[in-house]
Design a protein around this ligand. Structure first.
Ligand code: URA
Length: 221
């Protein structure tokens, strides 16, 4: 049986096996430009040289919102149509529920850095391919290193799987706190259901509440 403290190197391929019984830690090293900042990452995403199957120069980039450094980072899956006008994540009903969820653990959205794995909306609002998610992933990891959160809440399967390199479902991944070491920075990852999903399946709110209580406990330490 796997050791609880086993760490998984990033060489395991697109999906590692975090979440298999007992494995809760993962380490990854990524290349980051010297003096990297959120502004620089956004400029790169918007530049002509940004190569991605979906996000083309001139398209709205829904990058993130909140303080440049934050103890708590909230990562969703991808923007919705409500987010295009403002170019901000979690607008509309999912955002309203997110704010309520965080308020329930005494956290204001304004004190968190909020973003998504995916930064734009594909034509026809289709789902993203694995390759497209991989194109976006390095930008997300650079965002994390710029913000340096102590705790990340990963809202939904895509967010949790992308951070943890897992194929497990969100129902399988949630209920556990994971440790992610990214270069020199270590943080806790708490996977839970996406507010957009909870709007459709409200009976899952009880489990999401259990996850959020863990976040509250971690913040009290
Ligand atoms: N809106 C977002 O920005 N992200 C989600 O994951 C869901 C709704």
């Amino acid at each position: 049986m796997a050791n609880k403290k086993d760490s998984i190197s990033s060489s395991v391929g697109l999906f590692g096996d975090i979440g298999i019984e007992g494995i809760v830690e993962r380490s990854e090293a990524i290349e980051v430009p010297e003096g990297d900042t959120l502004a620089r990452i956004l400029a790169e995403l918007k530049s002509e040289s940004h190569i991605c199957g979906v996000c083309k120069p001139g398209m709205p980039v829904i990058f993130g919102m909140g303080p440049e450094r934050a103890d708590l980072m909230l990562i969703g899956e991808g923007p919705g149509v409500d987010d295009i006008k403002t170019e901000l994540p979690f607008q509309g009903q999912a955002g309203a529920l997110l704010a309520k969820m965080m308020a329930a653990i005494n956290v204001g959205l304004g004190e968190c850095y909020v973003c998504n794995v995916i930064k734009c909306i594909p034509p026809g609002e289709r789902n993203f391919s694995v390759e497209e998610i991989e194109d976006c992933r390095p930008y997300l990891l650079r965002q994390i290193l710029a913000v340096r959160p102590r705790v990340i809440v990963a809202f939904g399967a895509l967010a949790a799987q992308t951070l943890l390199r897992s194929r497990k479902t969100i129902s399988e991944l949630r209920g556990e706190v994971y440790t992610l070491r990214l270069n020199d920075h270590e943080m806790k990852i708490v996977p839970t259901f996406n507010p957009a999903y909870l709007l459709r399946v409200p009976e899952k709110k009880r489990e999401a509440w259990e996850d959020l209580k863990r976040v509250r406990e971690m913040r009290e330490v």
